[in-house]
Design a binder for this molecule. Structure first.
Ligand code: 9D3
Length: 249
């Protein structure tokens, strides 16, 4: 029996930001295949004034504007009954838990999410306190709003759905499989502008190729992302080699 499709609702004042990305590549294929359902909702649909006002000045003064609570509460309350499972409400905010593969895995286990995209200087605190289940940040950089972080999260979630990447649905985490960075990749031509593809890859010796790739992954991770090594799947020999601060073999 096929698993029920995951459903993601998105609440934003810029639904147009999502249309291009959702119309292309794997997101589009997953939607077309019915493997995921994504519904966009314009926050302004839950305003009641002529100007469709979603923001207001901060009490106490200070720079910028704050997203008002009423449209967000009304929207979430209207969107929740649109599907069978209640959604966990995720607020994209610079104050959230920084997105990483553990958080993606946790969120991917939930059948339904409602992504609320922050904008302006922030969101009325009562939204966080009384409506939101999880706060997520994309990275330690200042962006203009939660829309691009929401797309980033959707892309990461949808890739994990069995069948989305083709093949047997087994999860391919490429760069992070086993907690290590990927090995260098080459394709034809074998010589390009005088730069050769490593000989071992042309050799046809599969065991040697596998050994070379493993060594490249270890070196590359040690060199660029030593923070990943603590959580990586390493053999005891590989760990010893790294601890001895040798080149891994
Ligand atoms: C001066 C304080 N700023 C916080 C760093 C205010 C502020 C800037 C930008 C508040 C909100 C925003 C808009 N950004 C988001 O809503 C956002 C975000 C981000 O800026 N970086 C990484 N992840 C995210 S998720 C949502």
């Amino acid at each position: 029996m096929a698993a029920e499709a995951r459903r993601y609702d998105v609440l934003t004042i810029f639904p147009g930001i999502f249309r291009g990305p959702l119309d292309e590549t794997i997101l589009r294929r997953a939607l077309d295949a019915g493997l995921v359902e994504i519904a966009l909702h314009d926050l302004r649909d839950w305003t009641h004034d002529r100007h469709r006002t979603v923001d207001d000045y901060p009490f106490g003064g200070g720079p910028g504007m704050v997203l008002k609570p009423e449209p967000i509460f009304e929207a979430v309350e209207a969107i929740q009954p649109l599907a069978e499972h209640p959604a966990s409400v995720v607020l994209l905010t610079p104050q959230g838990r920084r997105l990483d593969r553990d958080l993606v895995a946790e969120l991917a286990a939930l059948p339904r999410l409602l992504l609320v995209c922050g904008r302006y200087e922030g969101v009325d605190e009562r939204v966080r306190e009384h409506l939101v289940d999880v706060e997520v940040s994309a990275a330690d950089v200042v962006l203009s709003g939660g829309e691009l972080p929401a797309l980033l999260l959707l892309d990461a979630l949808v890739r994990r759905i069995p069948g989305v990447l083709g093949g047997d649905g087994s999860l391919t985490e490429e760069s992070f499989e086993g907690g290590l960075l990927e090995y260098p990749q080459y394709t034809r031509p074998a010589e390009f502008r005088g730069w050769d593809v490593p000989e071992v890859l042309l050799s046809g010796h599969h065991a040697e190729i596998a050994r070379w790739r493993r060594e490249q992954r270890l070196r590359r991770t040690l060199d660029r992302r030593p923070d990943l090594l603590a959580g990586a799947d390493l053999t005891p020999e590989e760990r010893d080699a790294l601890e001895a601060d040798e080149a891994p073999s």
